[in-house]
Design a protein around this ligand. Structure first.
Ligand code: NAD
Ligand code: DAU
Length: 350
């Protein structure tokens, strides 16, 4: 038995990683440490929560005493660190919350891992999940490689860049065995509807305006979340210590084209006249410091670990829309109360 800690496993990507690891590796004990912030939801992993090799730990990665206690109690040999504040718009209104969780929380986990193993690093790994946003913004052409210099533009990406640097620094300074992966935009079931795709699915269904920032000509590279979870599994088991892997979908879309596609697909599914949902599109004030384009060169993970995305975007988006339409209760639960307040503040008078 190996004891593995996954942080942020009640969130969007973390939930899919927990499910994959618990089901695929019955001889691992998977511990899921999550604070259950607004973005954490145990319903996301209810289907695996009763399995004998899974255990939930309710706590904050910033809590020094608690984190040290669980590291000493369970002697985690591997850490897959996903817990974070993850939404760019929230980082613009509250940067400090991002610095605390994403930077201090990561350092706290690194310290606990270092204190536990005291240099006995054989078969140990700290795997840090990061984002392509640390590389900043691309122009019309080019792709982010693992050698692209860091150039973060939002408080979110600056906090993730900082946490990446700390992970690397613990490797250089203390010999702590680490891997970092930097992934492009994920989409799929269970994503909190503050992010573009689930926000639009929800608003189309509700016949509410679809807020498009600026001219809508910003480009993102979309990857299905289960493809990302499979990349994380590959990297955790086969990745080389001290390396960084870029993970992406080879799937660039301008926001406006993506939203128009979702409108067409949902009009068909909901039996509405074509053009009905596109009429909800509403251009609003741009996000400050908005990165123009992200796109990943995933050659390294393909060539060295044999990972490629499996699901086509058409199928992934179709499955995602169906999931939200079939989980209205999940959506209603997460969009009540605090979500409404956030939404009204973020999109007020637009
Ligand atoms: P999410 O916001 O859906 O989930 C984050 C989870 O972390 C939640 O369950 C939350 O409760 C938990 N959490 C937050 N603060 C915590 C704390 N102090 N202590 C313990 N738990 C805490 O995020 P996500 O979209 O699933 O992203 C997961 C990770 O992947 C993040 O590190 C993010 O930077 C990275 N990432 C996300 C994307 C994407 O497109 N969503 C792409 C690349 C990388
Ligand atoms: O690239 C990886 C990153 O992708 C992750 O690290 C982040 O955690 C994740 O949130 C995501 O960041 P983005 O800012 O790219 O995702 P978001 O869904 O917020 O926005 C996608 C694009 O859509 C972006 O160009 C902004 C735009 N947008 C977003 C919202 C919420 C709109 O036009 N309107 C909106 O209402």
């Amino acid at each position: 038995m190996r004891n593995i800690l996954i942080t942020g496993g009640a969130g969007f990507i973390g939930g899919h990683v927990v499910r994959l690891m618990v089901q695929k590796y019955p001889d691992y004990r998977i511990y899921n440490l999550d604070k259950l912030t607004y973005a954490g939801n145990l319903e996301n992993i209810a289907d695996v929560s009763a399995l004998p090799n899974y255990r939930f730990l309710h706590g904050d990665i910033c809590d020094v005493e608690y984190v040290n206690r669980i590291f000493n109690e369970y002697s985690f040999e591997g850490v897959i660190h996903l817990a974070a504040e993850s939404h760019v718009d929230r980082s613009i209104s509250d940067p400090l919350a991002f610095a605390k969780t994403n930077i201090l929380g990561t350092i706290n986990l690194l310290d606990a891992f270092k204190s536990l193993w005291k240099g006995q690093w054989e078969n140990k790994l700290f795997y840090h999940i990061s984002t392509d946003e640390v590389y900043g913004s691309l122009g019309e052409s080019g792709l982010f490689t693992e050698d692209t210099p860091y150039d973060p533009n939002s408080p979110y990406s600056a906090s993730k860049a900082s946490s990446d640097h700390f992970v690397r620094a613990y490797g250089e300074t203390y010999g702590l065995p680490y891997i970092i992966s930097n992934c492009s935009n994920n989409y799929g079931p269970n994503q909190f509807p503050e992010k573009l795709i689930p926000l639009c699915i929800h608003n189309i269904e509700q016949n509410e305006p679809l807020p498009i920032y600026g001219d809508g000509q910003y480009t993102r590279d979309w990857l299905f979340v289960i493809d990302h979870a499979m990349a994380i599994d590959q990297i955790f088991h086969k990745g080389e210590v001290g390396e960084t892997y870029n993970v992406g979908g080879h799937n660039e879309w301008q926001n406006i084209d993506l939203v128009r596609l979702m409108c067409e697909m949902m009009d068909r599914k909901l039996g509405r006249k074509q053009g009905h949902s596109a009429a909800l599109i509403h251009f609003v004030t741009d996000r400050p410091g908005h990165d123009k384009r992200y796109a990943i060169d995933a050659t390294k993970i393909d060539k060295t670990l044999g990972w490629k995305p499996i699901l086509t975007f058409e199928k992934g988006l179709d499955q995602t829309i169906d999931w939200y339409l079939n989980h209205k209760e999940w959506l209603t639960n997460v969009t009540s109360g605090a979500y409404r307040q956030y939404y009204n503040k973020q999109y007020q008078a637009q």
